[in-house]
Design a protein around this ligand. Structure first.
Ligand SMILES: C[S@@+](CC[C@H](N)C(=O)[O-])C[C@H]1O[C@@H](n2cnc3c(N)ncnc32)[C@H](O)[C@@H]1O
Length: 276
């Protein structure tokens, strides 16, 4: 599939796999719709897009289309919503979701963000949530996003920083080592820190760079249940810690949950840039 330099990422492997393999991930992404930690983050992204009725917006790495209804509220039926994702199984779900919501002015396409299949200056705004951490290199992707924006158009991007995830319970130094190892499975684990620089390099004006902290204080919240296990597996896959260290880290997180001390915090960076 790939004919460009850069690192493989778990989402690229998922896109090449079966629909069955993508199903639980699509379900987990859709589950975030009911969680205020995600809806507030998305509300902040949507506000920064400055969309008006009649606007034309692109979501890159749209997954199963979690933003489509809220984008529709802003551009209304007079505008249009475009979603692009590498994973054809996610795009199928996004299309079904738009159909169920009776949104007629949305178009979803399978494609790679390194070569956006859109003409120059087509969009008033481009948004990407948790995309850039999964792609490398970043520069050409930002250049593509800037190419498809109208002059004055807005790019709003967010990723979390896997290196600075907090977890109550385990020794913080061990958490840092486990997270640093888990970060190796992402194509661009430093995306949250490097997006603003990549935007400037692409010739964009960076308007704001700010943070958003997602705090989970209950291990049973659907959007965080199972996540520490995934990080522990990623840490082992990242080969920077022994599997035993990752397992012990996980059991201290689980112990904290049993003792009612569970807390995981995930720091996001939101970058807003405009095309001059
Ligand atoms: C963590 S998911 C986020 C999905 C969605 N933005 C959300 O917040 O629910 C990352 C998404 O980026 C997509 N993706 C990864 N690499 C991509 C690429 N090179 N081009 C387009 N999409 C890509 C994945 O298929 C996946 O849907």
């Amino acid at each position: 599939m790939r004919n460009r330099p850069g690192r493989n990422d778990l989402y690229e492997l998922l896109a090449e796999g079966s629909a069955e393999a993508s199903k639980p991930i699509a379900a987990a992404l859709l589950e975030t719709l009911d969680d205020p930690r995600f809806s507030n983050l998305r509300g902040a992204l949507l506000d920064e897009l400055y969309l008006l009725p009649g606007g034309v917006v692109l979501e890159v790495g749209c997954g199963p289309g979690v933003l489509v209804d809220r984008l529709h509220e802003r551009v209304t039926s007079d505008g249009s919503i475009h979603g692009l994702d590498l994973n054809p199984h996610f795009i199928d779900v996004a299309e079904r979701r738009a159909e169920l919501l009776r949104i007629k002015n949305s178009t979803f396409s399978v494609g790679d963000c390194h070569e956006l299949p859109y003409r120059n200056e087509m969009f008033d705004a481009v948004v990407a949530e948790k995309l850039l951490m999964h792609v490398a290199p970043l520069g050409p992707v930002i250049a593509e996003m800037q190419r498809v924006l109208v002059p004055g158009g807005r790019l709003v991007v967010t990723d979390y920083d896997p290196y600075t995830i907090m977890a109550a319970g385990p020794d913080p130094a061990v958490t840092a080592r486990v997270m640093a190892s888990a970060a190796k499975v992402y194509a661009s684990p430093l995306a949250a820190r490097e997006t603003a620089h990549a935007c400037r390099e692409a010739g964009m004006d960076v308007e704001t760079v700010r943070g958003y902290l997602q705090v989970f204080e209950d291990a049973d919240i659907p959007t965080v249940a199972g996540v520490p296990e995934v990080w522990s597996d990623h840490a082992t896959a990242g080969r920077q810690v022994e599997p035993g260290t990752a397992r012990r880290w996980l059991s201290t997180v689980e112990l904290a949950a049993r003792e009612d001390r569970f807390m995981i915090a995930i720091p996001y960076v939101i970058t807003v840039a405009t095309k001059p």
